[in-house]
Design a protein. Structure first.
Length: 74
């Protein structure tokens, strides 16, 4: 029977594997779930960085005189 969710095989060095193993034991979850959670967190961080860069670039072109004040919007 095929797996319900897609899978990825990853080769880790010893110290990294041991660190993830400790975290999984601490959280009382499987290694697979811990790696999944860590990957999700990493992707969220990457997304935050990308959005921050985007916002900083947009901020450079902001014309304050043309922008609406908080009171004008709400």
């Amino acid at each position: 029977m095929p797996a319900k969710n897609p899978r990825i095989n990853v080769v880790l060095d010893g110290p990294l594997y041991a660190a993830i193993e400790r975290l999984a034991k601490r959280d009382k979850i499987s290694l697979s779930l811990k790696v999944r959670d860590l990957v999700k967190e990493a992707l969220e961080i990457e997304e935050d960085i990308a959005l921050s860069v985007f916002a900083e670039e947009r901020e450079k072109t902001l014309i304050k005189k043309a922008s609406l004040k908080h009171e004008e919007v709400w």
